[in-house]
Write a protein that binds this ligand. Sequence first.
Ligand code: HEM
Length: 415
Amino acid sequence: MASLMQTLVALSLLSMFVCDVRGQLSSTFYAGTCPSLQQIVRSTLAQAVNKEPRMAASILRLFFHDCFVNGCDASILLDDTAAFTGEKNAFPNRNSARGYEVIDAIKSNVEAACRATVSCADILALAARDGVALLHNSSMASFIRRQVILTLFAAALVLCTARAQLSPAFYASTCPNLLRIVRSTMVQAVNREPRIAASILRLFFHDCFVNGCDASILLDDTATFTGEKNAFPNINSAGGYEVIDTIKSNVEAACQATVSCADILALAASDGVALLGGPTWRVQLGRRDATTASQSDANSKLPGPSSSLANLISLFTAQGLSARDMTALSGAHTIGQARCTTFRSHIYSDADVDPSFAALRQQNCPSAAGDDNLAPLDLQTPNRFDNEYYQNLVAKKGLLHSDQELFNNGTQDSW
Ligand code: HEM
């Protein structure tokens, strides 16, 4: 069966793979969360260009200079801080780049309509496009205009894709204490209650499987979407939200508006595993947080405890993960607990269960009561990240039906 090393590789794979999905840009990205965005950008820019037509050119150049330095990420708008010397005063920009105050004005107007939703990078891209369109009646021939616009779009896409690369050093200069802050908050939480490491690892898994590792699982329902927290696999089950909130507050106190919740969740999951004696890995960073979430996707994409092997394989394949990755990732069930309701039918009705194990679990999981009674996923060491989960499967002591499916005369037995 799978080794700890395989579990480790699969865990890092999980976050890389499912993050890429999230990295896709779309012209309707804010359709639900900020429907008036394009109108706001357009009208604020129109005023600025009416006052001074050159402004369209200045903003177009601002966009170009932004994109050429590590992607179209609005880094050109950042003032110097104690931790970094920014791009504003670099030779090509100093006493030359302009239009910052127009972008500021657009940002304020956008914030008034859709608070904390739209990135400055997207505002700059829209403003650059609108500026070109507003000079419609200038001497530029329409063919050239179209080419410029197409090329601008291509540049924005290519450069943003380059930017979508994750890196363990992503916050090295902007939040140098990040890893220490996450780790120390996790140490306190795990010391108080070791199971929290398991709950946060599962939170990360459930986040990643629903449209990428984008912290969408942390979002409460709003008027425009019904989120993932109350989806079947999460309701009365997923936990650890308050620890992520605490970490986020501590990180904000040190580096305001810098680190995504998605990255915090990825780091916390990794720290939790390490604190319970499991493997360590360098967490790739630079994820973007979602502004929306989907309950129906959470219901359809997450595996349930009564899943068959074929079912499990197909849900993991849909995420770009192989059957072998799945078996290795399931090694996470070496820690944590499950509720009686999730394993009752396995210990009462399945044939592939060791009888003494079934009898033991039935003591605290009656056939018609005690839905929320807990049992350890790993019989021997639920607070240690080790290999016993797989040994239990070989002994027919897997707690969930879905666990035992990984060793039940099927394709996964040999891993
Ligand atoms: C293979 C398909 C999987 C299924 C069907 C499954 C299902 C479950 C279920 C039903 C529970 C108990 C929930 C409850 O009682 O409320 C659970 C717990 C848990 N799962 Fe999974 N899981 C799967 C894969 C994974 C993966 C890939 C990870 C992480 C990489 C993971 C991590 C955990 C952890 C750590 C717990 C314990 C949580 C706690 O104690 O709070 N699971 N899982």
